[in-house]
Design a protein around this ligand. Sequence first.
Ligand SMILES: Cc1cc2nc3c(=O)[nH]c(=O)nc-3n(C[C@H](O)[C@H](O)[C@H](O)COP(=O)(O)O)c2cc1C
Length: 505
Amino acid sequence: MSYLLDIGSAFSLHSRESGLVFTPGLSSSAAVIPVCRPENLGDSGFCRAHNLKYAYVGGSMANGISSTGLAEALGGAGMLGFYGAAGQPLEEVEKAIDRLQSGKALNYGFNLIHSPSDSELETALADLYLRRGVKLIEASAFINLTLPLVRFRTAGIRRNAAGEIETPNRVIGKVSRTEVATRFFSPPEDKFLKELVSSRDLTPEQAELAAAIPVADDVTAEADSGGHTDNRPLVNLLPTMIALRDRIQAARAYPSGLRVGAGGGIATPEAAAAAFMMGAAYIVTGSVNQACVESGTSDIVRKLLAGAEQADVAMAAAADMFEMGVKVQILKRGTMFAMRSNKLYEYYRAYNSFEELPGETRAALERDYFRASFEEIWRGTREYFMRKDPAKAGRADKDPKFKMALVFRWYLSQSSRWPLAGDESRKLDYQIWCGPAMGAFNEWVKGSFLEQPEARDAVTVAHNLLAGAAALTRLHALRCQGVSADSRLARQEPQTREQLSRFFR
Ligand SMILES: Cc1cc2nc3c(=O)[nH]c(=O)nc-3n(C[C@H](O)[C@H](O)[C@H](O)COP(=O)(O)O)c2cc1C
């Protein structure tokens, strides 16, 4: 038998209690509305492990786009935010540590991004985190795991009075491939543990304990997202990662278990509800947080993001792994960056030096992309590398193709700084990392107060996603009992923080 749940019925999906649906003319209840509060979504073990109220994470966004302000806002509201350390000078990262350690956020973390072309940077960042007592990192862009990562994870490992292994430092790995997830869910490789014993970072007893724990208890399955992405669909990726987790846990029987979170494409209540229903221990958002007032970008970018539709994104050549042909997902609308960066990669593939390029192309690059001569840009780039990595400058002096790559990479890295500074003269060259989640969010909030970029703050957005996901989960439970609800009930109208306050006590 099927009942129609009317939009005008007294029943509210936004309730913190369970309830019954009654149908006119029938004395017995038609269906049970199970309780589902925002804090019930996801894995309570994840919340306990990281001292959170909600299984909601704001992912790292490079160049401080996920700012200390963003991490404080989420952390202060029982969620978790990562500071975007990638691309930031170490002094800036240390300033962010100062602020977060002295501030109001109970929970926060920092990004440790794998830097294949700059392993010293990765080592220096891990050292900084260890020296300053940072306890939680989001480890991303790894293919093989590295010594600095293992050193961070295993530092201070001990057995407590109850005989359990305790690790003061926690790692949330972020991956889009199962091989990498396997590495995170496995104990550190023996070669690293031996190295850490010989460098006296670990005692032999600690190394033995470290051989029994996973590098990460939590791994985020990252689907089609802003920035670096394999463009995988979350509906395919998440079940695969969960199945992998189950196999590894069955084989290793870690006492605390392993958890899989979901990121990439989540910016609507529907997407959040679906991820939790598919078994995500927690959700990770990115693109939508960049559009919020706390992010470390400019108002011009926030405005551009607010105008994005779902198809307004494209893959563009990445600065950090340019020669390898790696791409990042960016906002296409309103800029020419996707086309320009991909052209640079094509030229790099086809020619062995800048001088080999056709004269017209060289002139166009100098006029439109560099706004300076190739040699001028090279002089500045060379000076930079002489200070930072003289071996690279020396190599480029001898290898004209490498020199061309470094100059092209200058353009690619500046293009992600111009939008942060709000440099209007470079608007066409803005490299704004962004996924299709942004368009989905804009579509959802159309006509509501959240349409305005100034009204978007990270906690209001997160509360709406979680409250909406909880309501949709209740609605789904009703449908499973044969209640066919008015389709308008499924629409989760964005609400202000005050309107939602009874839900987030
Ligand atoms: C502007 C921007 C910068 C990002 N930078 C990083 C980064 O430096 N390190 C990282 O691990 N992930 C980075 N990401 C990925 C996010 O942390 C998050 O995993 C992802 O954005 C989630 O997918 P979504 O964009 O669909 O919400 C970035 C994403 C964006 C949008």
